[in-house]
Design a protein around this ligand. Sequence first.
Ligand code: ASP
Length: 438
Amino acid sequence: MDIRSQILVAIMLGLKRNWHILFGLIAGICVGIFMPAQNYPVIHKIIDFIGQAFIGIIQMVVIPLVISTIVIGISSIGDNKMLARFGKKMIFYYAIITIGAVSIATTLALIVKPGTSAQPFIDANVAQSLQATVQAALADHNAQLSTVFLNLIPKNPFAALANGELIPIMIFLIIFAIALAKVGEMNRPVISFFESIFAATMKVTDWIVFLAAPGVFALTASAVGNFGLSMFDGVWKYTAVVLATLFLMFFVLYPVVLKIFSKVPVGKLYNAITEALMVAFGTASSSATLPLTIARCEKYGISNKVSSFVLPLGATLSMDGTAALQTVAVLFLTQAYGIALDPLAIIQVAFLAIIASSTCAGIPGAGLITIALVLNGLGLTPEQLVSGFAFLFALDRLFDMFRTVNNVASDAVVAAIIADNENELDYDLLNSVDTVEE
Ligand code: ASP
């Protein structure tokens, strides 16, 4: 069986195992299509309530989980050399995957040229109601790159915690955990404390899994129900390029990277994390999915040492699906407005997309906000910027669901490769996931 069929069969098995979430997903799509929010406002109010409650409950465990995993992960890796090795590997594999992602995105966008015929459509369809939101978002993110980085320094870690700002929290925790590892035996009470928190949050995650089916149902129904298919008129090429890029990443790029750098069978890995991928699709939030990603990776053999280091950092700092979307979106807009980009400018777009995606939080729609960083440098007029941006906003939810699946899948791929390289992967557990022969 060739690799693509293996992946498909593995995903089928994963879907079969999590049939209730799949059922929620399909029912959500059907309800969204046949009962659009416009015509069924009361039903959608209830559906929105269920969806938001699910996201709220799952997000509830994210902060305690991130804190405990990073402290345990880094302090258990312990010595500096090993930590540096893990860190370097992580950067290396994420770099390969993200550069691969933006390369696929750039190539497809330059070949298909999705923007060339879209200018009149964007002008005619500027989503008026979104203008205020968009302008506020742009004003917020008009900052220079240097300011963006300055804002990442956690001047008051507790304020960052209270505001749920994951990247500054992460930076503080890394420094804190390295220091903790250095103080020797004295660190035991603190580490035991975080180990207990980790165990308890994993328990809560187990409970939350029971809510995944109704939660995914409600979120999908709400996303699809608020989506007019007419939005895609004139932009089907853009849609095709974004989805083709994300599919190529999922079915070609990740399997190839896994194959080159490890012995991990891609089908088994995808099968093991299917549940997390479905929740990622429903919630469009990689942070909200993090508890499930960690739970499934550990259940199927990736050691706690690796998963607790790689997954929270990856879910926050590395978003290759988002980088790909941002690249296509920016090239689309420049094509639509007839702005010629020389090869250097195209490389700049791809590079800025990598930076912008990594400053983006793992929450719905965040990738589109940080895209302002990329757009700012391109010489679009403010009017063009706002109308193009509003247009992307209106379309974004669907793409967000798909790119979040990629963001989560690539985290698991990198964690699996590092676990394989470091002898931290229990292949018996990984192989215990239902096999293709079953
Ligand atoms: N929703 C994405 C995520 O959570 C981020 C984005 O908007 O691209 O991974």
